[in-house]
Design a protein around this ligand. Sequence first.
Ligand code: LLP
Length: 389
Amino acid sequence: MIKGSFPLKAFKALETPFYYYDIDLLKRTLETVKAESGKYGYHVHFAIKANANPHILSVIAGYGLGADCVSGGEIRAALDAGFPADKIVFAGVGKADWEINLGLDNDIFCFNAESSAELDILDELAAAKGKIASVALRINPDVDAHTHAKITTGLKENKFGINLSMLDGVLEQLTKLKHLKLIGIHSHIGSQITDMSAFRALAVRMNEVQEKLDTRGLHVEHINFGGGLGIDYHHPNHIPVPAFADYFAAFRQLLKLRPGQQVHFEPGRSLVAQCGSLISKVLYVKEGEVKKFVILDAGFTELIRPAMYDAYHYIENLDSDGQTETYDVVGPICESADVFGKDVELNKTRRGDLLAFRSAGAYGEVMASQYNRRRLPKAYYSDENGFEA
Ligand code: LLP
């Protein structure tokens, strides 16, 4: 088995479970996304929902990216980390009044509006402040992302976005809302998408939306394609940096831009997943009648993706080079869903061994909970003293 390189000696002194971030890999990933998007002048806003760890955010902000937020808490986290307000976009189907006001007070770049009901409130709150809010309409493009049902969003009759069939009505409504300025169209079709044809279909669909706008004589300056680029969970060592070149090229090839139009993206997972690992200690190896169970001190409270989406994470035993054996790897939470993997091949595993869950930098630490009255996991970084691998 190919293993990642970890500062095992330093790990031994730490209380488990914890997250460990490879900051060099994060920086390499950010350099790649900057270079590939920069070829076409595309703008990149990091989707903070994937990882809101302040150190990670400040590294990303340092590369000049914008931020994609879905709550007032995320807007605050973005501002605290140094993302400029004029590069913050704010999406979400349920923006509370205080969250909208926070966006207005900070003059964020754009509200990605998801419904006609939201537009009315946005207009009312902007009017109360004597401001004009910039909005992009989140269009539901009815494109199948071919991904897990719980993380697909672009299909018809979804809670997200405005259906194409209702666009005319919303455009009509906008002519009456004097405190809103329509600056863009937005879409997001789902997450962990590895099939570029889904993105190609999205680009074509947005061309159609633009044609619709043309017929009404409307010109928008910004087109935002959301996030969604997937990563290789099975080969974190071979393919640590996702295929950003193919991703941006897919849009470049098909998009028909009007003069002066700016293109935006909101990647989350693809920027941070591979740089993070969850490190956990083996509490017990339980021999069942047929199976062997590795019982860890981490559970779905630290990494919920396997329990919630049946997601696969590559697991490796950092302490053992022994022959591989087959185990069910489980956590300590009092729920039968607290299983990380069944029939997992691991080097022979004993109590006290450290296991790494790879590709956990996105939707890992940020989704941790305190269920069973557990402590939230700590995080460590490769650029701290003492973590030289
Ligand atoms: N923009 C919008 C409007 C979104 O809803 C999302 C993710 C993104 C951008 C970023 O997408 P990404 O590039 O990360 O695919 N917790 C799930 C993923 C939920 C994604 C929600 N929306 C998971 O662990 O797989």
